[in-house]
Design a protein around this ligand. Structure first.
Ligand SMILES: Nc1ncnc2c1ncn2[C@@H]1O[C@H](COP(=O)(O)OP(=O)(O)OP(=O)(O)O)[C@@H](O)[C@H]1O
Ligand SMILES: O=P(O)(O)OC[C@H]1O[C@H](OP(=O)(O)OP(=O)(O)O)[C@H](O)[C@@H]1O
Ligand SMILES: O=C(O)c1cccnc1
Length: 487
């Protein structure tokens, strides 16, 4: 049994095979060859029409602190047969690469690079696991959140998921991602403290159980708090919960801000309508109805269709765990490596599955928007040396079904991948979380409704430039020819 070491760095938050490969690169002296890797996901989550990129803040923090601690080295020495001189190399390691990424809150799509790492091979290899870990989860939750916000419209949406999240980190970073995707507030006080996300909360059934009576519980809460949302479904929503809430609100008058009531069970369409009638009749027309209980975009849509009188939606489990699709599946693939002559050589990962064949070469993603209406025409993935922003017209065609094509003129081309680190130095000025959230909202506004509908959205065009396409085809052909020559 290996002894336990203190958890004082994130550098070993990686798969053992990364360190094993780095050892090979180092012993064979190719660890400093320049390489380029790109992150992309193959399919949009939740059958959504877009995804919201999130995770950059944590990724930046991870890269900035990427050093092997004394205990990291001691542990590696104890558990594996790494040579001393390799461990000495790791001890002095610091990240020297360049990272380009979509900014947080950016609308991104399947099949396009959303993050790119360029630099010494060993440096690029070390960061794969942690970057994927961060981006896969946060992008997934930001996307789920945007889906829920889209159906909730102007209603308030509150994040209630901490108790059901996959442990502490998921609760905290999931909450942040949910805020980026459009949620208004969180019940997690620590997330409020560290990110400045507005916190919000009602009370639980235990308060009512403690007093064993709705009226007594609400009165106790009302005389100890100014803002009050009473949970009315502990015993009987319509017979006891709401009448008690109304009684307390009337008796305490201006002493409290009676914000409304929360319902957490039963037929929420029927009950919310009756609750609305009771509140209105009592003169509390401004009091809001909050709802929670295993909600997601489907139940919210359905409740709205039934005319439910719900103003604020509290969503936990199904958001924070990305219940219906728990993984985004983003991958990290090498697209170029320095050859023997010092020139970069494009690399590919082949597969029998066309979807899994990677696109070789260092690339930029260009968002093409129509100058006339500002709406998106599609994304155009070009090789790094291409300049689609300077062309008069752009020939855009589907990556697999090349007969689906269009010629675009009068367009703007905006690069999606921005410099974050250059040569190991952070060059990106991180925006405030509220700016990120607002940025995301504006980007979504620029997307046609057809790509945003919750059910069966249109496929957004993510196209390759002719040059990137031809490059891919010729590399595939070259590999085939080489295979055929193997006796
Ligand atoms: N009118 C409605 N139309 C569609 N779905 C609804 C409607 N009312 C409630 N729901 C949803 O149906 C599910 C009901 O789940 P469940 O049966 O576990 O709740 P419950 O029995 O009312 O309450 P509890 O959580 O106390 O067991 C929840 O996901 C809830 O959001
Ligand atoms: O349903 P979610 O979307 O996860 O939202 C969070 C839930 O957490 C609370 O329930 P609690 O933990 O008290 O359990 P309950 O399901 O029995 O109400 C709250 O009343 C919500 O129902
Ligand atoms: O404040 C609430 O109402 C709340 C918080 C967490 C989980 N469920 C409800």
């Amino acid at each position: 049994m290996v002894k336990n070491y203190p958890d004082d760095s994130y550098t070993l938050h990686t798969d053992a095979y990364q360190i094993n490969m780095i050892q090979t690169y180092w012993q064979k002296n190719i660890h400093n060859k320049n390489a380029v890797f790109e992150v992309f996901f193959r399919n949009l989550p939740f059958s959504n029409g877009y995804a919201i990129f999130a995770g950059l803040e944590r990724a930046i923090n991870y890269i900035q602190n990427l050093k092997f601690s004394e205990t990291d080295i001691a542990y590696l020495r104890e558990v594996a047969e790494y040579p001393d001189d390799f461990l000495a190399y790791l001890k002095d390691f610091h990240f020297r690469g360049t990272i380009r990424a979509a900014v947080e809150g950016e609308v991104v799509f399947n099949g396009e690079p959303i993050l790119q790492v360029e630099g010494p091979l060993a440096d690029c290899q070390l960061v794969e696991t942690a970057l994927l870990n961060i981006i896969n989860y946060q992008t997934l939750i930001a996307t789920k959140s945007a889906r829920i916000k889209a159906v909730a419209g102007n209603d308030g949406v509150l994040e209630f998921g901490t108790r059901r999240a996959q442990e502490f980190d998921a609760a905290i970073w999931g909450t942040r991602a949910a805020y980026i995707g459009g949620f208004d507030a969180t019940s997690n006080v620590r997330a409020g403290k560290i990110f400045g996300i507005p916190i919000s909360g009602t009370h639980a059934h235990s308060l009512v159980q403690a007093y064993r009576d709705d009226y007594d519980a609400f009165m106790a809460y009302g005389t100890t708090h100014r803002n009050c949302v009473f949970l009315v479904d502990t015993y009987d929503t319509l017979k006891s919960g709401v009448p008690s809430a109304i009684k307390v609100a009337k008796e305490l008058g201006d002493k409290i801000n009676f914000m409304g009531v929360r319902i957490d069970s039963g037929d929420m369409a029927y009950i919310s309508k009756r609750v609305r009638e009771q509140l209105d009749e009592a003169g509390f027309t401004e009091a809001k109805i909050y709802a929670s209980n295993d909600l997601d975009e489907k139940t919210i849509t359905n409740l709205k269709m039934q005319g439910a009188k719900i103003d604020v939606w509290g969503v936990g489990t199904k958001l924070i765990t990305a219940y219906d699709q728990p993984a985004l599946g983003a991958v990290y693939k090498m697209v170029a490596i320095e050859g023997g002559d010092g020139k970069m050589v494009d690399t590919i990962k082949l597969s029998n599955n066309a979807e899994k064949v990677s696109t070789p070469g260092k690339k930029q993603v260009w968002r093409i928007t129509n100058k006339a209406d500002g709406k998106t025409e599609g994304d155009y993935i070009a090789l790094w040396d291409e300049t689609p922003q300077k062309q008069e017209s752009l020939y855009m065609f589907h990556q697999q079904y090349t007969y689906i094509n269009k010629l675009v003129t009068n367009y703007n081309a905006r690069p999606i991948l921005q410099d974050i680190f250059v040569g190991g130095e952070l060059v990106y000025d991180q925006p405030e979380l509220d700016e990120i959230r607002e940025y995301s909202r504006i980007q979504l506004e620029g997307l046609w409704e057809e790509y945003k509908r919750e059910l069966n959205p249109q496929d957004y065009p993510v196209d390759l430039s002719q040059k990137a396409y031809d490059n891919k085809m010729s590399i595939i052909q070259e590999i085939r020819n080489n295979m055929n020559n193997i006796k």
